[in-house]
Structures are given as structure tokens and as C-alpha cells.
Design a protein around this ligand. Structure first.
Ligand SMILES: NC(=O)c1ccc[n+]([C@@H]2O[C@H](COP(=O)([O-])OP(=O)(O)OC[C@H]3O[C@@H](n4cnc5c(N)ncnc54)[C@H](OP(=O)(O)O)[C@@H]3O)[C@@H](O)[C@H]2O)c1
Length: 261
């Protein structure tokens, strides 16, 4: 694969929303893209757009990250093609709205698989090469939800707390390694997320005023500046600040109301 710069970027969840916009940010710099998600048509259409608009190479690899074998399959496929991934964008993820005890357990565990296990596996597969080459980095999409307990979306918030904690710890471990890790922590963003979560009527989704493009630009910029944390939007930064000060009992009650529980 060739591009205007010599960097290859793998984006998970590139078929819609924030992932799609992040792919555009990297393509605008001339990076080659490897795009993955389940919806092949949406990925192909993005790949065509990136080739046309930015004259970059874009490879589509369809895969379901709820299946435990997918991260390894993506890694081996790229190895087989001789493609070295410099930047990994772990963006794929989803939420499920409702009370934990009333939701299908299988769907909740699928969420843990996509949001946590696959992210950890992809990181474990691609990071050692980056560290060896002393080049590249990882952009993990966490959430403002990672700073809070989330009644009404208990597992989702907990998965994002995991991503946030994991990213911060990795960043510290990688000090001096010339490889950087960034956690992008968006608040409510206008994407397909609410539909997938079944949460379209909650205040969380009605307040989704930030565009996926604005969120992606913030995350991309922070990654390039080697920042560990990126929280797009003043309102989201204020929320995190207040959450640090307020008693936990008040935080979880407020988060529950926000999620319509
Ligand atoms: N929107 C928000 O309010 C918000 C706020 C904070 C954080 N986030 C996070 O931002 C990230 C992107 O979400 P989004 O808001 O852009 O929502 P979205 O438009 O629904 O996009 C989610 C992406 O993840 C992919 N995905 C979902 N399940 C997958 C699976 N099993 N295997 C492979 N790919 C899968 C989807 O692709 P396919 O369906 O084609 O597989 C899609 O490309 C997520 O990690 C989400 O938790 C979102």
C-alpha cells in the first residue's frame, strides 16, 4: 500500500459515526487506511470516498469483533499482505440501554467482547511491533461515561471505564518508547449509537449535539499532540470536573436520571 505519507492506520468501527470521521482525518493527512467493521458496503463506500478525495489507499477488511477469532484474523491477514500497522484506532463499540437484570445477558457479554476484549486483543497484537519499531500509536475511543457509574447502561459505562483506565496505564508504561496512546472521551454525539443501544428517547441521546466530525477532529488532534486524554466539548469537560468533586451517591443518581432510569 502506498500513500502521501508512509503511515498505515487501522480503524475499527469505520462503517459509521465517529470511526468513519476519524478515518477521514487520517486520510486527509495522506495516511493509508485499513477499514474494518461488519457492514462491507458502508466500508467500501467510505474507501471509495477516501481514494477519490484524498488519493490514498484504503483496504476494507470485514469482521465481527463480537467473535473472539476476529482480531487474530485481521492481524494475520495484514501480516500475510505485508502491511505494517503504524496506528491502531480502537473505535468499534456499542451500548445497550436498560436495567442489567432485565436485559439479555448474551447481548451484555457481546458488548464486553467488542468494547473490551477485542480492543485488548488488537492492542496486544499490534503494540509490540510498534514498540519494537519505536514508531506509531493507539487511539482508543472511550467515553465521558468512563468517568461515571451508569445506571441504565451499567455494563456500557463499565466497559468505557475499563478502556479509560487501560489507556492511561498503557500511556505511562510507554513513557520514552516513542509510541503514544490516547483515550478519546466523547460525550453524547449524533451517531447511530442511540438507535443501536435502544436509547433514542433518553436525555443522553436527545442531548447528542456534538457532531461525529467535531469529535473525531478533537481526538485526531490530541493523538497527534501525543495527549493521553481528549475530551471534546466544554460541557463534557465541565461534567467530568464536577463528577470529580461530587459525592458518588449523587453522581450515580444523576447519571441514572440522565439515562432515563
Ligand atoms: N455516540 C455517542 O454518544 C458516543 C459517546 C461516547 C463514546 N462513543 C463511542 O464511540 C465509538 C463509536 O460509536 P459511534 O457513536 O460512532 O456509533 P455508531 O455510529 O453506531 O458506530 C459504531 C461502529 O462500531 C462498529 N461495530 C459495532 N459492533 C461491532 C462488531 N460486533 N464488530 C465490528 N464492529 C462493530 C459499527 O460497525 P458495523 O455495525 O458495521 O459492524 C460502527 O462502525 C463507540 O466505541 C462508542 O462507544 C459514542
Amino acid at each position: 500500500m502506498s500513500g502521501a505519507n508512509s503511515e498505515t492506520v487501522l480503524v475499527t468501527g469505520a462503517s459509521s459515526g465517529i470511526g468513519r470521521e476519524l478515518a477521514k482525518c487520517f486520510a486527509a493527512e495522506g495516511s493509508r487506511l485499513v477499514l474494518t467493521a461488519r457492514h462491507t458496503e458502508a466500508l467500501q463506500s467510505l474507501a471509495n470516498e477516501l481514494r477519490r478525495t484524498h488519493q490514498v489507499e484504503a483496504l476494507v477488511l470485514t469482521g465481527d469483533l463480537a467473535r473472539p477469532e476476529t482480531p487474530e484474523r485481521i492481524f494475520r491477514e495484514l501480516q500475510g499482505r505485508g502491511i505494517v500497522v503504524d496506528v491502531l484506532v480502537n473505535n468499534a463499540g456499542f451500548g445497550v440501554w436498560g436495567k442489567f437484570a432485565e436485559l439479555a445477558l448474551s447481548r451484555q457479554l457481546e458488548m464486553v467482547q467488542v468494547n473490551i476484549t477485542s480492543l485488548a486483543q488488537l492492542t496486544g497484537l499490534f503494540l509490540p511491533g510498534m514498540a519494537q519499531r519505536r514508531r506509531g500509536g493507539i487511539l482508543n475511543v472511550a467515553s465521558v461515561a468512563g468517568f461515571l457509574p451508569g445506571p441504565g447502561m451499567a455494563v456500557y459505562y463499565a466497559t468505557k471505564a475499563w478502556v479509560l483506565s487501560f489507556t492511561e496505564a498503557l500511556a505511562e508504561e510507554l513513557t520514552g518508547a516513542s509510541v503514544t496512546v490516547t483515550a478519546l472521551c466523547p460525550g453524547p454525539t449524533a451517531t447511530n449509537f442511540g438507535n443501536v443501544a435502544g436509547a433514542d428517547k433518553t436525555r443522553m441521546v436527545r442531548l447528542a449535539r456534538m457532531s461525529a466530525a467535531a469529535v473525531a477532529v478533537c481526538g485526531h488532534r490530541a493523538f497527534r499532540k501525543k495527549q493521553v486524554l481528549a475530551v471534546p466539548g466544554m460541557r463534557n469537560r465541565l461534567l467530568i470536573f464536577l463528577a470529580r468533586l461530587a459525592p458518588r451517591s449523587i453522581i450515580r443518581k444523576t447519571a441514572g436520571k440522565f439515562n432515563g432510569i
